[in-house]
Design a binder for this molecule. Sequence first.
Ligand code: ATP
Ligand code: MG
Length: 439
Amino acid sequence: MRLSRYFLPLLKETPAEAQIVSHRLMLRAGLVRQEAAGIYAWLPLGLRVLKKIERIVREEMNRAGAVEILMPTLQPSELWKETGRYDAYGPEMLRLKDRHERELLYGPTNEDMVTEIFRAYVRSYKSLPLNLYHIQWKFRDEVRPRFGVMRGREFLMKDAYSFDLDTAGARRSYNRMYVAYLRTFSRMGLVTIPMRAETGPIGGDLSHEFIVLADTGESQVYCHKDLLEMPVPPADVDFDGDLEPIVRQRTNLYAATSDVHDAARFEAEVPADKRMSARGIEVGQIFYFGTKYSKPMKAVVAGPDGKKVPVESGSYGVGVSRLVGAIIEASHDEAGIVWPEPVAPFDIGLVNLKTGDAKTDAACEGLYAKLQAAGKDVLYDDTAERPGAKFAGMDLIGLPWQVVVGPRGLEKGLVEVKNRKTGAKEELSAEAVVNRFAR
Ligand code: ATP
Ligand code: MG
């Protein structure tokens, strides 16, 4: 992409309304624009990041055996009346009426609808286990939308729903999502800790929130420090096999959100030098809720004995749009964002230090073409801005690599490659630069 033809509205001033660094940087780097409280337009750079996150989430869901669908944002109220949630949900739900006075709502979540889809088609245990997911916008009329996309009102969520014949099956489905989440967040360059969480009226120990540690996080969490060092399950982990050991390796160590924290147990189970209490951002939550929706909605399946039982379910959410902010909270410096490579909007920023200078232009054009041919996403700053502004802009938007081309270096046949994260600079020939990124 040529910057001269792109749409990258950077802000010089720090927006006054932004209280935390990720929100400030998202506005300054031109990732999003607020259109109403908690409602954002995604600008080109932000949209690229959102799509990269979405893709990682999708790949890991598919790997774990979940099947993608797409449910609508608008839902009829009837489904929610069947489960009793229409009245229970309260003012967070955005309710509306169509021209025929039919009650609709903008979905805050999809248990009711997916259970309706399930009961319409599935009759037998032979179709199980089944896990259906979608990546769709949600609306929750939060009392205090804040921190930019981290607590929005309209936000993008991946929500998956598992269906099993019995609790043992449901547990296996839960474990699949648990392991998929460990992989998902780690692929985005995040260290997340699964923390025991409030399960609501169902009880049991089957809910975990996946937390990214950050001082600005809204959750207070307590855990064993070793959880920060746990190895992430590899890509070839067998999702049809027994995942219980992977899950138990972690759940054996104390980790809880403040809602379920037990100080006495924490002190008894965790040696003093291993205790950690910190703030964190919830980027995902997984949940076993059994027959909470299948019972009232009569979503039943016949078991091997022919007996019909309400299907056992769980739901599994990832805050896709919140992750954009959470990743920035976890990865930035004084100069701006430092994108982990897998979610960066472009791989390389190519900086022309003297646009209009024939030799510099030619060298840049050559690099631009060859780096793209090597499969890299390149943002080519071909504008007439002065070098200082170009450097500041590149640092602000945080692309992992900068390739800087100017007449002085070219005289020696060299261009500069800078790593955004470490700041390390290297002078290489244009050819060596291409080879470096082509591998
Ligand atoms: P929170 O406790 O932060 O309000 P929640 O527990 O109500 O979130 P879930 O129903 O578990 O949220 O939704 C799944 C995921 O969606 C959350 O883990 C979070 O990452 C994301 N999410 C929830 N609410 C918002 C919001 N208002 N803005 C952005 N992302 C959100
Ligand atoms: Mg939650």
